[in-house]
Design a binder for this molecule. Structure first.
Ligand code: NAP
Ligand code: MG
Length: 504
């Protein structure tokens, strides 16, 4: 890890990408429009970024389609795609400091996390899918000797990936990795607050040998650029990560246009259950704190509800409060800080409203609850509410900030009932020393990922996505991610003519 001064020096040197990336080069929006990208830790404008709309979407889709049909990527041998993607990974590694700094400046995430999590996981993700692609087999059906039934996978075509601002580069990688590996042409639409790392990734991919038109990045607003992608008749699939509210719109866009495939990775109100037989409460407390405050709680799988058994609650809460004090909020460019800034003024106000609302609804504020005045940045203290009940807004809605809601139960059954009492089902954790109990609780929770005796989303080899209103249509990560970006084709070959039945 470098020092704050060294990271600031890198920031000074960066040539920020500001234009859209279409057909292998940076290009301004056709209408000349731009939007400001702001450093949320200082309130200062970093750059003006091209704001693309329907006209740019039309051009990018045409270029993406031409590249797909030309076969310069889609028909390459899988091992050749692998080689280019491995070169792409090497270029990301070579530029990792610059990418980490860009990410921290634009998103307010702590540089410590950008360096140790976002960039390395981006690298792992693209490498994992690159290395997988020449090891995946298609299938032959049990068709007997009279026919050959082949079940083959083909890239789906032109894929739009619509991204959130909380893990800008990593969410781009989660989609780009499998989509590229499978041979598709891709159009990325980053969130309006965080376009730069995604634009830089596209340039690096091109430098590595991904042909022009195969990756395009269209920065811009959701209501214009995002909607145009959703409604475009020549896009075959949309992979979306963001809020449930906007996710629903993509299903409507699909129905109103060409029935493009839609996969949604949406929000969560994830429970962390600590049962009365949980052991090593110091470690449990560390997981609880990390699960809620990591990335300032701007994390879809943030464990923002702590559901704790009354028998150990007091003991655990002492440790949780103690560990939280180690999570220092401050300048994201200082590697000693664990929490940075909220992404935008609007989001900052939304989180503060949830805090006020929780107080008014009778939750007991036991830590934090205030904004921190620092460098005109959007900082909020790690905040903990006790005495939360399931009817309160902070027990039901995704706060997406550093706010923990603590709820008390007297049995595992009560914990599971509370855990399942939201419209979401993305992730959950359970702490217990009894393996049978862990398994039973994990099975009873309606969520896409349940971690036991840790807070974890699994790794690249495990699928990630949600039950209920947390997701729709598919999974990110693991080989299952390839299902999002491939079509299945049956090729049925008749082998039954008389002459063919003879060997000579
Ligand atoms: P968001 O507001 O839903 O935005 C996501 C993307 O959709 C952005 O690129 C946005 O563009 C675009 N968009 C907004 N309105 C649109 C519209 N009317 N039509 C088409 N596109 C539109 O979500 P966010 O605030 O960026 O991210 C936070 C959310 O993402 C949280 O709910 C979080 O749980 C979820 N998330 C889920 C996962 C997961 O894997 N399940 C991972 C990370 C985050 P603009 O930026 O211009 O608004
Ligand atoms: Mg917006």
């Amino acid at each position: 890890m470098l020092t704050q001064a060294e990271y600031l020096a890198i920031a000074e040197q960066i040539n920020f990408p500001t234009n859209a990336w279409i057909d292998g080069s940076y290009t301004p929006a056709i209408n000349g429009g731009t939007l400001a990208t702001i450093n949320p830790a200082t309130g200062q404008e970093i750059a003006q970024i091209s704001a693309c709309d329907a006209a740019d979407v039309n051009v990018a889709v045409d270029k993406a389609r031409q590249a797909f049909e030309a076969g310069s990527w889609s028909k390459l041998h899988p091992s050749q795609r692998k080689q280019v993607m491995i070169k792409f990974v090497k270029l990301i590694k070579r530029n990792q400091q610059e990418l980490a700094v860009m990410e921290a400046l634009e998103s307010g995430k702590p540089i410590k996390d950008c360096v140790s999590i976002d960039v390395p996981e981006t690298i792992d993700c693209i490498q994992w899918h690159a290395e997988a692609i020449d090891k995946i087999y298609d299938q032959i059906s049990p068709s007997g000797d009279a026919a050959l039934g082949m079940i083959v996978r083909e890239p789906i075509g032109v894929v739009a990936c619509v991204l959130p601002w909380n893990f800008p580069m990593l969410m781009a990688a989660w989609k780009l990795g499998p989509a590229l590996a499978a041979g598709n042409s891709v159009i990325l639409k980053p969130a309006e607050q965080t376009s730069m790392s995604c634009l830089r990734l596209a340039q690096l991919a091109h430098e590595a040998g991904v042909p022009a038109g195969v990756i395009n990045v269209l920065p811009g607003l959701g209501e214009t650029c995002g909607q145009s992608l959703g409604l475009h008749n020549d896009i075959d699939a949309v992979s979306f990560t963001g809020s449930t509210e906007v996710g629903r719109l993509f299903l409507q866009y699909s129905a109103q246009s060409n029935l493009k495939r839609v996969v949604l990775e949406c929000g969560g109100k994830n429970p962390c259950i600590v049962l009365d037989d949980a052991e090593r409460l110091d470690e449990v407390a560390e997981h609880v704190v990390n699960a809620v405050f990591w990335n300032m709680g701007e994390n879809c799988s943030s464990n923002s509800r702590l559901i704790v058994h009354s028998a150990i609650k007091e003991q655990l809460m002492v440790k949780v409060l103690e560990k939280t004090r180690d999570w220092i909020t401050g300048d994201p460019m200082d590697p000693r800080n664990a929490l940075g800034a909220m992404i935008s003024q609007q989001h900052f106000e939304k989180v503060m409203q949830y805090i006020e609302g929780a107080k008014q609804q009778g939750a007991e504020l036991i830590l934090g609850g205030s904004a921190i005045e620092l460098n005109n940045g959007l900082f909020i203290e790690p905040t903990i509410f006790d005495q939360v009940t399931s009817d309160m807004t902070i027990a039901q809605e995704e706060v997406f900030g550093p706010v923990l809601a603590v709820m008390t139960v007297n049995s595992a059954a009560e914990a599971v009932a509370l855990a399942n009492d939201t419209c979401y089902g993305l992730a959950a954790s359970v702490f217990t020393s009894n393996a049978r109990r862990a398994h039973n609780v994990a099975r009873a929770i309606k969520a896409g990922t349940v971690s036991v005796n840790c807070y974890s989303e699994g790794d690249m080899s495990t699928p990630f996505g949600g039950y209920k209103s947390s997701g729709f249509g598919g999974r990110d990560n693991s080989l299952m991610a390839h299902d999002q970006y491939t079509e299945t084709k049956t090729i049925w070959i008749d082998l039954s003519t008389e002459s063919d039945s003879q060997l000579d």
